[in-house]
Ligand binder design. Sequence first.
Ligand SMILES: [Zn+2]
Ligand SMILES: [Zn+2]
Length: 561
Amino acid sequence: MSHPHPELSEPPALPEGGLRVIPLGGLGEVGRNMTVFEYDGRLLIVDCGVLFPEDHHPGVDLILPDFGPIRDRLDRVEALVLTHGHEDHIGATPYLLRERGDIPLVGSELTLALLDPKLREHRLKETVHHKVKEGDRLSLGPFDLEFVAVNHSIPDALAVAIRTGAGMVLHTGDFKMDQLPLDGRITDLRAFARLGEEGVDLFLTDSTNAETPGFTPAETSITPVIDRVFRESSQRIIVACFASHVHRVQQVLDAAHAHERQVAYVGRSMVRNMAIARDLGYLKVPPGTLVDTKDLADLPPQHQVLISTGSQGEPMSALSRIAQRNHNFVHIEEGDTVLLASSLIPGNENAVYRVINGLARWGARVVHKGNALVHVSGHASAGELLYCYNIVRPRNVLPVHGEMRHMLANRDLAKATGVENVVVAEDGVVVDLVDGVASITGKVDCGYVFVDGSSVGDITESDLKDRRILGEEGFISVIVVMDSVSGKVSAGPEIHARGFVEDAVDFEEIKQPIIDALDRAVAEGNTDTYQLQQTVRRVIGRWVSGTHRRRPMIIPVVIES
Ligand SMILES: [Zn+2]
Ligand SMILES: [Zn+2]
């Protein structure tokens, strides 16, 4: 967890007529996006997403934004605006609603539909929904919202313009500028220009690909590659992609139809999301193409296609289990083709290559980003961002959605087009827009909130440190029984180790030094159990680090008898 800006303290009271921006997630990381806007004592939240844990978060299921800074003001929240249906934008919504269930939710048809099963999973029934589409305007308290179509790697994404007495904010959400998208719905640059003419005082822009020069290639550039893979495959084809990438699934369905194959979905979220997308008309399934997994298995392999989750190597996903040949009904065979039609999110490299190796070991041909153009990003590259700055001509810019390097690259792009004031802030850093000028005015405490099984926020960074030590170094327990009358060791030390050195004989040489140290401590008048335990810990800890160069977790137990 980073604590940037040690020089900053709590921000002063917001001047009348000013707008405060409090980023609670997504600035300094790719994930758990959440930004709070405050005007005239009222709050508006844009997005409420999750971050997926990495190897240094053992046992953690999800990471949430920290609601701490607004927890005592949840009654003042006018609405939560959801820009699109990706997990890093909607995934934490149920956790926020568990704290106040009737926060109005504002989003497009598909975004709200993808959120719905999550709300039901958390048994949230009394939720309030405002379904909006591009061009709509909606007034909530002092916030006047206008929605703008943007093109991204999920359909029905929206940018949002927020008008208040402090001026106009334009938040792009996640976007790119594919000029020939599969659904024909382009980023509405005419609206961006119109808002720019009116005057955008603060422009929040997606930084994800700010370091990537040029333009993000069109989605349609993948179509011939998918077609070639289908043409060259004489057996079963398994395609893995994000369970929300409706357009990628559409491309695979179309290719399957053209090559006389039938398709089944594998993985709970894929089945669920694609049913939603189909019901709402965002996914057009060619007649007769989609079948049950059971029926698919009855077809000859050259007529089978599976569309699966697990493109990031997630250990419990369908694709991981297929690679280990322990999936219930999909048995990978020599000559099968696996197509990973997805990006490789930083941090997932090892997991993804483990899956690729596993599949290749069974004789499958694996086509992935590293050897073919099977994925294009959902985010605007530098060239597209430059266009946006020139079209919108904002007074102030706040780069969002990215690690520090992405946000700094985005700042440089804005500056290159002549934007004078670009504010780079991380999570918790407060930015005020007062008299048309945005500046950092303070910071609020906000950290990572870990979800572990059913517990939310109980696991701390120090628990994770313990888990990492246990995982990497193992642990040693030392049990000593002391006679409370004589002050002498009456049994033990009994030493057990797990994940360290299994052979108990190794510990023989340290037993006497422990007894001697305890004798000395008692002779010096230390009879407190806690202090005696610390003595044991010190002796064995020094020995372990000296002889074995290791720092396992040590659990000393002194029992008085
Ligand atoms: Zn997204
Ligand atoms: Zn995102």
